[in-house]
Write a protein that binds this ligand. Structure first.
Ligand SMILES: CC(C)C[C@H](CC(=O)NO)C(=O)N[C@H]1Cc2cn(c3ccccc23)CCCCCCNC1=O
Ligand SMILES: [Ca+2]
Ligand SMILES: [Zn+2]
Ligand SMILES: [Zn+2]
Length: 173
């Protein structure tokens, strides 16, 4: 009995340690992790490959901004529009902008209790950065309304067809 009680306590300690680490990890690292997770979903379903660079010469720049931020598409405070992105091209082409006034959840929460699921929104915006428009399929990542539909690596069919139309598929045909 004593042994099991000890095990439970140590497990509880371990969990709160994890939560602490999760909270203290700077958001920049979490953003990087989530962006690379979103890009690997698009990578796994196309011939595309991505590499991370630290320069404003990047094809796809990830930007957090609020209200008026110099591109004529001003954000609107908490809620409403969450983010926008530019189709592939020079300069700001490919860039993804996220509304800094949103409460972002960088830990991939399945419900919105800790905020808006950043991974979902990044998947959507990076779809635009790669050239995809909006989908009328309510289950698609490219649907114009936010829904916390956990992708977990599996891309909805409509999005997969879209990206493969543009960049082919990884499977050997
Ligand atoms: C798909 C998403 C990741 C990116 C899109 C924008 C987009 O397409 N970027 O590429 C987005 O932000 N859509 C709005 C659309 C929207 C929904 N409502 C709005 C109220 C006002 C203005 C816009 C909206 C009703 C209230 C809910 C507001 C919070 C959620 N917002 C949305 O779903
Ligand atoms: Ca907003
Ligand atoms: Zn912008
Ligand atoms: Zn969109």
């Amino acid at each position: 009995l004593f042994a099991t009680r000890l095990a439970v306590i140590s497990w509880r300690l371990f969990l709160c340690f994890l939560r602490l680490v999760n909270r203290t990890m700077p958001d920049a690292q979490k953003v990087r992790m989530m962006v690379s997770r979103a890009l690997s979903v698009w990578e796994n379903n196309s011939k595309l490959t991505f590499r991370e660079v630290y320069s404003d010469q990047a094809d796809i720049q990830i930007v957090f901004a609020r209200l008026q931020h110099g591109d004529g598409y001003k954000f609107d405070g908490p809620g409403q529009v969450l983010a926008h992105a530019f189709y592939p091209g020079e300069g700001r082409g490919g860039d993804a902008h996220f509304d800094a006034d949103e409460t972002w959840d960088f830990d991939g929460g399945a419900d919105d209790s800790r905020g808006t699921n950043f991974l979902n929104v990044a998947l959507h915006e990076l779809g635009h950065s790669l050239g995809l428009g909006h989908s009328s399929d309510v289950n698609a990542i490219m649907y114009p309304w936010y829904q916390n539909n956990e992708v977990d690596g599996k891309l909805p069919d409509d999005d997969r067809h879209g990206i493969q139309e543009l960049y082919g598929s990884k499977e050997k045909t």
